[in-house]
Design a protein around this ligand. Structure first.
Ligand code: SF4
Length: 187
């Protein structure tokens, strides 16, 4: 069986016109073999994150780290979308990220309908579609819309986005601009 190859320039341009149609202008292509998956990311979710066990698309309601790694190895092309913002108040964060994630789901759908059956989105922040999360996959209130964030899939976002020249730093308080990233696994 022939091995799958990366997208041609023509195919990428077609996809980029869909990205632009949805007003996403700041993105970079990445070979998914460069996406860094690490156990330490899962440890950070398990110990120290208040969303652990409370969000239906965060650990432990996600695949194991080994399964995440296998998932990324099944792709040959992905796009990383960059979003930067300085928050007036910490509580504004999820209003901002919810709106973007909903637009990204629409983008994923259009890419899928364009013939990319593997299209799968990783949100740019944990799923916060609902005012109150069910906390469990089986009872998720919007199962067609919810997606995991890259960190929930054990992606070392720091190491990964630096490889394509995107900025990211540890922030010490909300007065600093945050850089967040969504991943669209394409083909
Ligand atoms: S869609 Fe709602 S219930 Fe499902 S993971 Fe997101 S916030 Fe939780």
């Amino acid at each position: 069986m022939p091995s799958r190859t990366r997208l041609t320039t023509k195919k990428r341009r077609e996809l980029e016109s869909i990205f632009h149609k949805h007003n996403f202008e700041d993105y970079k292509w990445i070979n998914p073999s460069k996406i860094v998956v690490s156990q330490w990311v899962r440890m950070k979710c398990t110990f120290g994150c208040r969303e652990y066990g409370k969000t239906a698309s965060c650990p432990p309601n996600v695949p194991s780290v080994a399964e995440c790694e296998r998932f990324f190895h099944e792709y040959k092309d992905a796009a990383i979308f960059h979003f930067a913002k300085k928050m007036e108040k910490p509580e504004d964060r999820f209003n901002w990220t919810r709106k973007i994630n909903m637009k990204l789901v629409n983008l994923e759908r259009e890419v899928f309908l364009s013939g990319y059956e593997r299209a799968f989105l990783l949100f740019m922040d944990s799923c916060c579609i609902c005012g109150e999360c069910s906390g469990d996959r089986a009872t998720c209130k919007e199962p067609r819309l919810s997606r995991p964030a890259p960190e929930a899939m054990a992606v070392d976002v720091f190491s990964t986005v630096k490889q394509v020249g995107y900025p990211i730093e540890v922030l010490s308080d909300y007065s600093q601009a945050m850089n967040r990233y969504a991943f669209l696994m394409v083909a």
